[in-house]
Design a binder for this molecule. Sequence first.
Ligand SMILES: NC(=O)c1ccc[n+]([C@@H]2O[C@H](COP(=O)([O-])OP(=O)(O)OC[C@H]3O[C@@H](n4cnc5c(N)ncnc54)[C@H](OP(=O)(O)O)[C@@H]3O)[C@@H](O)[C@H]2O)c1
Length: 307
Amino acid sequence: MKLLITGATGLVGKELVKKALEQGMIIHYLTTHKSKTKTIIGARGFYWNPSSQEIDSSCFEGVDVIVHLAGATISKRWTAAYKKIILASRVDSTRLLENALKKTKGKNRVKQIIGASALGIYSNDFKNIVTEETEVSSNSFLERVVIDWEAATAVFKTMNIKVTTLRIGLVIAVNGGVVAAMKTPILFGLGAAFGNGSQGQSWIHIKDLVGIILFSVTTKLEGIYNAVAPNPVSQTHFITALAKAINRPHILPPLPEFIIQLMVGEMSSLLLDSHWVSSKKIEGQGFSFQYPEINTAFKELFKKSMV
Ligand SMILES: NC(=O)c1ccc[n+]([C@@H]2O[C@H](COP(=O)([O-])OP(=O)(O)OC[C@H]3O[C@@H](n4cnc5c(N)ncnc54)[C@H](OP(=O)(O)O)[C@@H]3O)[C@@H](O)[C@H]2O)c1
């Protein structure tokens, strides 16, 4: 099995490459940095540039499945210019893959694309559990981005390629993402939830996310799936569990919503919005989570680390 992975140099991509190589898969990857085309040992890197629609199309040679994870981080100040980058890095990169594959005129063996998506597609909801069937609408910037991103991936169906869309939750990993961002204030005794702290956090352990991606490959899964652990928790619960796992059990009272809004404006939705998301659909396909509970998930993350 040969995979072409975009975003292979990122948090999720690195873990995916490691696991896929362990399983004997052959890995090609696309990177926007020429300097990174040789940095992943055991895999073959190719350069692409979605903004100029440039791609080394030999990246598709012998590839069975594309795993498309690339996307500029959303954790950087949302200026008007940066918002364009957030969207373009997802939509233009997907279109570049589509156009480049079309140019091979059938001379490729790609049968499936697994596209990253995000819970940001769901509206802020403090009460209801959302499923893949929940209606989505373009009310906010993030909702619009994710709707367009999923639509760009869905186009591959018209090319007779199976499309798997994974709506990824907050990925918990020891060296990056939300855990790295929250850990520092907690270590200095300044850990706190935001708003009233009751917002739902639908998280997933990085090993389970990689497990879902590889499960999607081996079972040729098609359709939209939430990639979240079965037990979402409130933000206060999430931070308390993280603080406990790194032996700093004391957290401060939540920071009021208006302060967050003053500090980061529209981007405050990342900290304040609530998503209680169901994992039942992927479980119904036979996927079984290694880390369904937040405490055991954090415990595993920090078992070797010195924090
Ligand atoms: N981590 C989470 O909690 C989370 C939650 C929901 C959804 N997701 C989605 O899952 C995917 C993977 O997440 P991650 O945490 O692994 O992300 P990450 O660590 O930020 O890595 C994303 C990768 O995308 C590539 N990239 C960055 N800017 C780009 C641009 N302007 N154009 C094209 N490619 C660009 C980079 O690869 P090169 O430098 O090699 O080009 C980077 O390694 C992302 O699409 C993210 O939005 C993540």
